[in-house]
Design a protein around this ligand. Structure first.
Ligand SMILES: Cc1cc2nc3c(=O)[nH]c(=O)nc-3n(C[C@H](O)[C@H](O)[C@H](O)COP(=O)(O)O)c2cc1C
Length: 346
């Protein structure tokens, strides 16, 4: 940068208000977006420029602010972890975008969506530039949603627990075989587990891997490294995630009773990937007893094949190979991860 340019920029920075010949300088002064510029060549990186919007946001006069480091906006409730991230970014001379809690002059707080960028002249760091946005309303809504979500989670869990005990009691009274009662209880628990995964993601969508891990949690605790799964991140909308969780539960139950996990040497390999707009998932069992195709397709097979192909909008089938069953799902990725707003309760 030439000496002339430097002098011109220094003059613009030294002029806090008013219109200048430089449209960019005028824009920074008059925009409704709060903005500051700091000078890292001076001790403690002080503010050398702040626009009127910044004064309106923070409630300070310009003379109270110029020459100070921006940390005066922080207070006891500002998270240390947030400040640490800013400290690191500034030390590394890189940009950072972060929401952190700040204090106005009158002591009231606001959530500041802060964006800091370094300004270089060649290799030399000459300024930092930042914009601040008051996002308190958005934060409040997020917090409210989080609390509601947690409350809903507790209630649904309680309801599922009640449903489970009512169903089991009813089946017992009707002298239904123990195996049937256990199957029903297992399916209700699978629903509860998919609910856990979705709650953790605020019911927007869930990651396929998390759904798999949730559904296979108890199986992996028992059989550990005999279940090998791997795949890339794929977002699933809530209804699809729930159905996948139920289907995987059915496959897992089958593997334990009759399939590869019913013998000490058997294994399951689960793989999924996305190519050319299609999700391909495979569940492959090996090393178990010789498989006989079932004479009639029960609830489990129906959930796995029919429900999954309908929900995923693709093809889902179980191949009862003698060496071990293989389940394959092949579906377009379009619409798999739609947001909760489009979701209708199943
Ligand atoms: C240009 C610029 C703008 C900044 N604006 C804010 C701000 O609005 N609020 C805030 O809490 N920190 C802000 N900071 C961060 C603090 O000035 C300081 O860098 C941060 O507290 C970490 O440094 P420290 O560990 O020395 O306190 C800003 C930093 C820079 C460089």
């Amino acid at each position: 940068m030439s000496e002339n340019d430097r002098q011109r920029i220094d003059a613009e920075i030294a002029t806090p208000t008013g219109i200048s010949l430089d449209p960019f300088a005028s824009a920074v002064r008059t925009t409704r977006m709060p903005m500051v510029i700091t000078d890292p060549r001076l001790p403690d990186n002080p503010i050398v420029f702040c626009n009127d919007a910044f004064l309106r946001l923070t409630g300070y006069e310009r003379e109270e602010i110029l020459g100070r480091n921006c940390r005066f906006l922080q207070g006891s409730a500002t998270r240390e972890e947030d400040v640490r991230q800013v400290t690191e970014a500034i030390a590394a001379r890189r940009a950072i975008e972060i929401d952190l809690l700040n204090y106005r002059k009158d002591g009231t707080t606001f959530w500041n969506a802060l964006l800091i960028s370094p300004v270089f002249d060649g290799d030399e760091l000459i300024y930092f530039f930042a914009s601040q946005l008051d996002v308190t309303d958005r934060k409040r809504i997020e917090e409210h949603r989080f609390l509601l979500n947690r409350e809903l989670d507790h209630r649904v869990k309680n309801t599922l627990a009640t449903v489970q005990s009512v169903v089991i009691q009813t089946l017992r009274d009707a002298s239904v075989p123990q195996a049937v009662a256990e199957a029903v209880a297992g399916r209700i628990q699978a629903l509860a587990r998919s609910h856990d995964v979705l709650t953790a993601e605020a019911w927007a969508s869930a990651d396929l891997g998390d759904v798999m891990r949730g559904a296979l949690e108890s199986l992996r605790a028992r059989h550990g490294n005999r279940i090998d799964m791997d795949g890339e991140p794929v977002r699933l909308k809530p209804r699809i995630a729930t159905m996948l969780s139920l289907a995987v539960h059915e496959l897992a139950e089958n593997a334990q009773r009759y399939g590869s996990l019913s013998t000490p040497a058997g294994r399951i390999e689960v793989r999924w990937s996305v190519r050319d707009g299609r999700l391909r998932l495979e569940w492959r069992e090996e090393g178990g007893p010789s498989v006989e195709p079932p004479e009639k397709r029960g609830y489990g097979t129906r959930v796995v094949e029919r429900v999954l192909s309908a929900e995923f909008g693709g093809e889902a089938s179980i191949d009862f190979r003698r060496e071990g069953i293989v389940f394959r799902l092949d579906a377009p990725t379009d619409g798999l991860g739609d947001e909760a707003t489009r979701w209708r309760a199943p």
